[in-house]
Design a binder for this molecule. Structure first.
Ligand code: PLP
Length: 439
């Protein structure tokens, strides 16, 4: 087992995060409960920013808010001076409600609606990452209607797909996202955008995957993009002000994962971009990146209460918790792996290997298949590490399970930042049958 950030064992033998006893938090706020280590989020944010500053490279580090989008989180991102990615009207609304400066918001997505784009223009969102021809037309039209110049990046698919330790080079990228870099689509998109008096093309964007542990994919993507930039310089006299290489930086979910530090990705990216810029004899563009998971993933811990257990003789023991795929769908969706401990018995020796089951009516609702633990009893608290990204943001109400509360901890203080859903919340939008209304 390893600890993330400020997590440690306190003198009661309990898990402590941000100087706060996690067991006390579970008792106060109930379970399941997401706890975020704010100091660790700040540390991650600063590491990305400082890596660029060290090299004197103009950059924007945009937090991909889809990883965990709540008002408090967005305010924290603002405090740390990062930019923000949103991918829907809902994420944009959350950001605006949180008071995030619109000029530092970048709007992504492969099917933004006219209403969503209008909302972005009305609020002065700083950059729209245009994904397809339909959007290009919508945006041109809307920008004219609003009488504004809209700053855009063109999202391209460079034909590289990176996943964890593998990256795949595909000639013809089969992806729902972006303009193909190789078949002429990207050139056509640039021509159209340059022809519009209402659109200002800042540059290109690509995002090659998620949970990537190597720098190779980013370097390859940069090479492909700059090859295109070279041809655009010749053909259109176009030189980008911005090159955005996306997110996807890997984190350590279990002791089998061995991520490289943020700074190493950034250094490799900077090195490659500088090399290309010299070769092409163009001005150094700003480099933008978009970490999501790597900013919040290991800062999040979920605390559950243990309930029932079932022994399948000679096969395994199921230990059930009071949440599951409703608050963490990643194991069911991607066979994602996690590590966990008994938060109230951190000093006890592990005695058996158990399977951690959720409480949803779905056999696939398993959080961990083989977890070494002390002999757990009903009422013990299970802490699952590294649930900060795509946990709460993918939480759902399957089986009408209310979504958990979220607490931020820092310097010995806890702050509730999302309330636990109530049963009333669950039926709030339901409209009863007319005949029953007055009864
Ligand atoms: C999801 C996404 C990210 C963030 O990915 P992480 O793996 O969470 O870092 C960044 N950019 C784009 C365009 C994305 O879709």
């Amino acid at each position: 087992m390893f600890f993330h950030g400020t997590s440690r064992v306190n003198d009661k033998g309990h898990l402590e995060i941000g100087g706060v006893d996690a067991v006390e938090l579970a008792k106060e706020y109930g379970t399941p409960l997401y706890i975020y280590d704010v100091a660790l989020i700040r540390q991650r944010a600063r590491a990305f920013k400082e890596a660029f500053e060290k090299h004197g490279v103009k950059a924007q580090v945009a937090y991909a808010s889809k990883a965990f989008s709540t008002m408090a989180m967005i305010q924290l991102v603002e405090e740390e001076g990062l930019s923000l990615d949103v991918v829907s009207g809902g994420e944009l609304y959350t950001a605006l409600k949180a008071g995030f400066p619109p000029a530092r918001i970048h709007f992504h997505g492969n099917n933004k609606s006219r209403d969503e784009l209008a909302m972005a223009l009305e609020h002065g969102v700083g950059c729209i990452v245009v994904d397809n021809f339909y959007e290009l037309e919508l945006l041109d039209d809307l920008s004219k209607q609003y009488g504004v110049t809209t700053f855009i990046l063109l999202r391209v698919t460079p034909g590289i797909e990176a996943h964890t330790h593998d990256y795949i080079l595909t000639g013809q990228e089969d992806s729902k996202f972006g303009f193909d870099l190789n078949n002429g689509q990207a050139d056509e998109a640039l021509e159209k955008a340059l022809a519009s008096a209402s659109l200002h093309v800042l540059g290109l964007h690509c995002h090659i995957g998620s949970q990537i542990f190597e720098t190779t994919g980013f370097v390859l993507a940069a090479q492909k993009i700059f090859k295109k930039i070279g041809s655009w310089k010749e053909k259109y006299k176009f030189v980008p002000e911005v090159v955005n290489l996306g997110g996807g930086f890997g984190i350590r979910y279990t002791s089998e994962d061995d991520p490289i530090p943020a700074a190493m990705y950034v250094e490799q990216i900077i090195q490659e971009v500088k090399k290309q810029v010299i070769e092409m004899d163009i001005t150094m563009p700003e480099i933008w990146i978009e970490p999501g998971r790597s900013l919040v993933g290991d800062a999040g811990t979920t605390i559950y209460s243990i309930g029932s257990q079932k022994e399948v003789p000679n096969v395994r023991k199921y230990v059930a918790v009071d949440g599951g795929m409703s608050d963490n769908i990643r194991p069911a969706l991607y066979e994602a792996k996690y590590e966990a401990v008994l938060a109230n018995r951190m000093l006890d020796e592990n005695e058996e290997v158990v399977a951690i089951a959720g409480k949803c009516c779905e056999s696939g609702d398993m959080l961990i298949w083989d977890l070494p633990l002390p002999k757990a009893e009903a009422g013990d608290y299970l802490a699952v590490f590294c649930t900060g990204a795509y946990g709460y943001s993918m939480a759902n109400n399957y089986n009408r399970i209310p979504r958990p509360a979220v607490v931020f901890v820092e310097n010995g203080e806890a702050q509730l930042v999302v309330k636990r859903e109530t049963y009333e919340d669950l039926v709030r939008l339901d409209v009863p049958l007319k005949a029953k209304v007055n009864k």
